[in-house]
Design a protein around this ligand. Structure first.
Ligand SMILES: NC(=O)c1ccc[n+]([C@@H]2O[C@H](COP(=O)([O-])OP(=O)(O)OC[C@H]3O[C@@H](n4cnc5c(N)ncnc54)[C@H](O)[C@@H]3O)[C@@H](O)[C@H]2O)c1
Length: 383
């Protein structure tokens, strides 16, 4: 069977996500395993051209990983007819212009979330891609995490009966940057630079809820900036103008109510950095990034409220661990392989720019809900 090579323009790979998850753990890992397997038994190797703003960083990356091509000129990279796909992991603000350029050059486009900063921008890109006849895709990595795949397995197997509610807890303490350096880039805390918890995380909650539990039909949210000043990468104090926490209620089709707290100002007292508890008539589950625990209706204890007595029962011990029953690959790599198959052999792909626009819609309406102090219904999106 044949092995072919497809060119790929990768922009923003000097950043955290672009480098770790996309370049190293997806593209280079795919090539190491011999390429993306296709339906006809053939394989596809991916040859990246790295694009960025810093010559020195790009050259160093290429030398480190034996990559042949890099440039600081996006236009010349896009003019190369050997490249079929454009990928974007730049800061969110830089994305709209670069993607529209890539679409105009006839590239299929895969991008980090959010697709754009505004719903109008996301829909505009979806329209451009459709009119140009190119394939589009947006990262929805959480769907491919072991913990959420186990949750999906439970849903598909009918474990929950009727799902009643979902409670999500996401977050950890992000240092302010003064006495200990911050572990996330400072642009995330400036609204004018495309930062903010709602824009960052509601895109994720949108596809997690839509795909697992039901379409998000209404949102009630409160977005806040708990820590108003932070210190940046150069040690300069700045005003944190973006929301660093968001408390949301999402009403789903079928009557499921989801509540998700998202915060960079909480200290972790959980097993994982994100956890979802799902309660159904027949059973409940708590899923994190990797693990998932369940409690069946038949194994549910009967607690009696009595604050006068110390708690002697360990409620946590009543839960059972869901086994892996298989190997889990890197979530980003799984989605990359799906996108390559979608481009090359028309394999099914629900994660296009319209799906990405749904995420931006939820973020935009979540922020509006918070600003106006009211519940907001999500209209159906169309082009
Ligand atoms: N899927 C996920 O779980 C996930 C997680 C974190 C971030 N993201 C998304 O990935 C994107 C990148 O986030 P990151 O955390 O890797 O950020 P980062 O700051 O580490 O990297 C940003 C990249 O954009 C480039 N860039 C281009 N124009 C820039 C400008 N004007 N200012 C600063 N940098 C510029 C930088 O050189 C760098 O390569 C964001 O859109 C973010 O929403 C996704």
């Amino acid at each position: 069977m044949t092995t072919r090579t497809v060119g790929l323009v990768m922009n923003g790979v000097t950043g955290r996500m672009g480098y770790n998850q996309h370049l190293v753990r997806s593209i280079l890992a795919i090539n190491e395993q011999g390429g993306v397997p296709l339906a006809d038994g053939g394989r596809v190797l991916l040859e990246p051209t790295l694009v960025g703003r810093s010559e020195a960083k790009l050259r160093e990356l290429c030398e480190r990983h034996n990559i042949k091509q890099w440039t600081t000129d996006l236009e010349s990279a896009l003019a190369d007819r050997g490249s079929l796909i454009y990928f974007d992991a730049q800061v969110t603000q830089a994305r709209l212009g670069a993607i529209s350029q890539a679409v105009a050059a006839g590239k299929h486009v895969y991008t980090e979330k959010p697709v754009a900063e505004t719903l109008d921008g996301a829909l505009w890109l979806a329209r451009l891609a459709r009119e140009a006849g190119v394939r589009s895709g947006v990262v929805q990595d959480k769907l491919f995490l072991p913990g959420l795949l186990k949750l999906k397995r439970l849903l598909d197997g009918g474990f929950f009966g009727r799902v009643l509610s979902v409670r999500g807890e996401f977050g950890y303490w992000v240092f302010e940057g003064d006495w200990q350096s911050a572990q996330r880039p400072s642009w995330n805390y400036r609204a004018e630079d495309g930062g903010g918890m709602v824009l960052d995380m509601f895109c994720h909650w949108s596809y997690v809820l839509d795909n697992l539990f039901g379409r998000v039909e209404a949102v009630t949210a409160r977005a806040v900036t708990h820590i108003p000043t932070r210190t940046d990468e150069k040690g300069r104090e700045y005003q944190a103008t973006a929301d660093d926490a968001a408390y949301g209620i999402f009403e789903l089709s079928g009557g499921v109510v989801a509540q998700i707290n998202s915060s960079w100002c909480v200290r972790v007292n959980r097993d994982e950095l994100v956890e979802f508890q799902v309660d159904g008539t027949e059973g409940s589950a708590v899923a994190g990034l990797r693990d998932c625990r369940i409690q069946h209706r038949g194994a549910t204890p009967k607690p009696v409220w009595n604050p006068d007595l110390p708690v002697t029962h360990s409620f946590r011990d009543d839960w059972q661990t869901v086994p892996d029953n298989g190997e889990f690959d890197n979530a980003f790599k799984i989605q990359w392989e799906m996108f390559v198959r979608h481009v090359l052999e028309d394999a099914p792909w629900p994660y296009d720019f319209m799906a990405g626009a749904r995420g931006v819609q939820l973020a935009e309406l979540g922020l509006r809900s918070s600003a106006e102090g009211r519940r907001i219904e999500l209209p159906e999106l169309g082009l």
